[in-house]
Design a protein around this ligand. Sequence first.
Ligand SMILES: [Zn+2]
Length: 244
Amino acid sequence: MATTATPPPSNGPLVVQPLKRRHCGECGRGPLPLLVMEEGTPRCLDCADLGHLVFLPRGDTALTRRSREESGLSAVVVRFHRRRGRYERQGVLVEEAALARAEERCLADAEARRRRRTRDARRRAAEDVRFTDAFARNIRRLFPGCPADRAHAIAAHASVRGSGRVGRSAAGRALSEAAVVSAVRAAVRHTETPYDQLLMSGVARHEARRRIAAAVDGTMACWREGGPDGEGREGGPAWEGEDD
Ligand SMILES: [Zn+2]
């Protein structure tokens, strides 16, 4: 197994974290935590004119790249990994002011990303409100007897973003009659009948559905008929505007 003792090539000076105790060949200081090999002789960072640089450990790719961009002089720091038989990058040495500028750029990015997320969230919230209102109007159009607050609750529940419930399915998006009926049926089942109690008491789902089917149909028929004065049944799609 050839363990090459030659560090990888890199731009600028290469700084080594020595495994053995090394002393500077010029000033004699040591043992050195970091050194530069010059013509086979270790030198301390001060003697190698790198003493003014600060160490930035590896791990933050953007910060590292920007620090090196900002730094007039920078050096890669490596250490020899005996078992793997190769030099591995530990970080970089950069000018302190360059590191500060790079940190500011990264913070500015994070701040910009945070602001964009806030804008996106506001826009989605507005879309959800419009969607829920349109859905509620369609519930009231098909089920005039459904109380307005119940219609809105059903619409809001059905249109929760990403929930996978009927309101956000493709059909729900299109506000089709089938999607509206399905959302109303689910709501009636859970809130106007003992369906949930049946499930909690151990009744199998299909048996529970069978037991409440008549009650569900009754409530839905009542809501379909029950417009106070029968309005809302005709006219174009309710989501186009008007209404309420
Ligand atoms: Zn020295």
